[in-house]
Design a protein around this ligand. Structure first.
Ligand SMILES: [Zn+2]
Ligand SMILES: [Zn+2]
Ligand SMILES: [Zn+2]
Length: 168
């Protein structure tokens, strides 16, 4: 018996709060790679799966450890960094600079900057996808005559559930 393959379903809801099944998002990454002529190798796919399963920002060394537990092989750090570089170049993964950790992007099917709210207590992140921020920064850069190579927007604080837990 073969398991039914998971069909990627591109998201059209701009306000969906990223409630997607990890397996579906990995299948989507695979189909986007196919359309773009990029290779989602086994290692790249495994790194993406691990990031989806983790549910919080995950560092490269944690990924190396998890890969080792998964199929008891040793993956060298540069190999994992290269896989992460690839996943970021395709918009499947973002780096949380302030934590030196990685999270999967909920919507690689739409071009956007990933902006993050990061809880300093539990480490949970919420991604904000709002073209107004991108547009605003773009305009400001143009006014300054600035050529932007990268934009990082990270908002650190306490998430709603940590606030609720603290108040209880
Ligand atoms: Zn969605
Ligand atoms: Zn994103
Ligand atoms: Zn929290």
């Amino acid at each position: 018996m073969t398991l039914p393959s998971i069909q990627p379903r591109p998201c059209t809801d701009s306000d969906c709060r990223a409630q997607h099944a990890p397996a579906e998002r990995v299948a989507l990454a695979k189909s986007l790679c196919g359309a773009r002529g990029a290779q989602l190798t086994t290692l790249r796919r495994q790194v993406l799966e691990l990031l989806w399963e983790s549910g919080r920002p995950t560092g490269a060394y944690e990924l190396i450890e998890a890969l080792g537990l998964r199929d008891s092989r040793r993956v060298a750090p540069p190999t994992v960094y290269r896989a992460l570089e690839f996943l970021m170049s395709q918009g499947f993964v973002s780096k949380i600079e302030s934590r030196n950790a990685y999270v999967p992007c909920a919507h690689p099917e739409r071009r956007h900057d990933c902006c993050f709210f990061i809880c300093k207590d539990c480490g949970a992140t919420a991604e904000l996808e709002d073209p107004r921020i991108e547009q605003f920064l773009h305009e400001q850069a143009a006014d300054l005559g600035y050529r932007v190579t990268r934009r990082v927007v990270e908002v650190v604080g306490t998430c709603a559930s940590c606030i609720a837990a603290g108040a209880a």
